[in-house]
Design a protein. Sequence first.
Length: 63
Amino acid sequence: MNLDPMNMELYRLVLHDAPYVIGAYAILWLALMAYVGLVFRRLMRLEKEVSVLEESFERRGGR
């Protein structure tokens, strides 16, 4: 495959910076997964609190 000099220079620049781009995407994905995990944990805790409140309401003669 014969590339012209301009394309060769572009590929050289892209390949030089590729580890930084890959690292940035990895950090973004890890941050996103951590955020989703925190939201999921909070959702589970809130569902548990709602369940306790519903049980308490039913014991006090609700519904």
